[in-house]
Design a protein around this ligand. Structure first.
Ligand code: NAI
Ligand code: MG
Length: 344
């Protein structure tokens, strides 16, 4: 049998780091079913050339794949008529309701930053990212509004994902991130629903401890005492912000992987964006992308090959000889990939 893997490099350094993940998977040999890669188009650059950011063929091919890897998209910060982000679209279309982002420090950093080993479990389909915004002119100038959607269904399944992940970890601890002192209805529903998860699964999560934290103080404590966190579960926007913040603690966004996961599909995706400031120079850190491939494989049940990828990456970081500039090194993307391949 074979493993059909859709590859969507999309924009900027996405096109430099997805080939790295591909090489890493290929290096696993017979540890995984023979990978069959399908290269697919999407992105803002494609949109500017063709008028479509997410072609129907890409969606169709992904639906026929076992899993996928997505690079990064560039999104303009102004509204561009006809454009909407393909990654946001794909998460919806494939019902990838959870974005799972493990943040782990490997090498001790020179600044002696505290060590981090946590997972951010971010709800991936709603909150402010439903993108229902409107502008109305008023006597006193324009007024803009956005709708924030929180449903019991989405909060429950993201809660279940968080408890399930926590159960498999050593600490078995879940922190619910919210701001229900201000947003008592929306964040109130999120908090209450996640809290109710253990009750819905009698006994199953008895060994998992639950805590909660307001999002602002959660960021503060994340920087001061990151070791208090194990699994952090959050609505979409808070989860987005917290995971980038956590990435800063481990040295670079270029290290942090994620998967977008649903009940029937999983798509690995580095947490970073298209990095236009370094795109095209061949110096993007490929590690987040390779770790996203590992996470994707683990999610599919291939734990041992996933460990092999992670171990090879950890060794290269610890040795500290072959690193890209974001980690203080001088190496090129492909040199880091080669060092990792050698260890796989
Ligand atoms: P970014 O993550 O692209 O870059 C932030 C900083 O981190 C930059 O200085 C960049 O050079 C550095 N960086 C990121 N990944 C790196 C890597 N692998 N190796 C070395 N350095 C790395 O975020 P930014 O600059 O805010 O956004 C750029 C574009 O990416 C925007 O159009 C944004 O909308 C998009 N974006 C897309 C995401 C996605 O596809 N899921 C996520 C975040 C941003
Ligand atoms: Mg982000």
């Amino acid at each position: 049998s074979s493993l059909k893997i859709g590859l969507v490099p999309a924009d900027g350094i996405g096109r430099e780091v997805i080939p790295a993940a591909r090489q890493a998977i290929e290096a696993l040999g017979s540890d995984v079913p023979k990978p069959e890669f399908v290269e697919l188009l999407a992105g803002f650059e494609l949109f500017t050339r063709t008028g479509t950011a997410l072609p129907e063929e890409t969606v169709q091919a992904l639906k026929e794949s076992d899993c996928a890897l997505f690079g990064a998209v560039s999104s303009p910060s102004r509204r561009v008529t006809g454009y909407s982000s393909p990654i946001v679209g794909l998460r919806k279309i494939l019902d990838l309701y959870a974005n799972v982002r493990p943040v782990i420090s490997v090498a001790p950093t020179p600044e002696e930053k505290p060590s981090v080993d946590l997972i951010v479990v971010r709800e991936n389909t709603e909150c402010l990212y439903v993108k229902q915004e409107e502008m109305t002119p008023t006597e006193n100038g324009r007024e803009a509004r956005a709708t924030r959607l929180i449903t019991e269904r989405a909060s429950r399944r993201i809660g279940e994902m968080a408890f399930e992940l926590a159960k498999a970890r050593q600490r078995k601890h879940v922190t619910i991130i919210h701001k229900s002192n201000v947003l008592s209805i929306t964040d109130g529903l999120f908090r209450e629903t996640v809290r109710s998860v253990p009750r819905l699964h009698e006994g199953k999560y008895d060994d998992v401890e639950i805590a909660e934290q307001l999002v602002d103080s959660a960021v503060y404590r994340l920087f001061r005492e990151p070791h208090i966190y194990d699994v952090m579960v959050a609505p979409n926007l808070y989860g987005d912000i917290i995971s980038d913040a956590a990435a800063a603690l481990v040295g670079s966004l270029g290290l942090v992987p994620s998967v977008n996961a649903g009940d029937n599909f999983v798509m690995g995706e580095p947490v970073h964006g298209s990095a236009p400031d370094i795109a095209g120079q061949g110096i993007a850190n490929p590690i987040a992308s390779i770790r996203s491939a590992a996470l994707m494989l683990r999610h599919l049940g291939y734990g041992a090959p996933a460990d092999r990828l992670d171990k090879a990456v950890d060794e290269v970081i610890r040795e500290g000889q072959v690193l890209t500039p974001d980690l203080g090194g001088k190496s090129k993307t492909q040199e880091v990939v080669d060092a990792i391949l050698k260890r796989i």
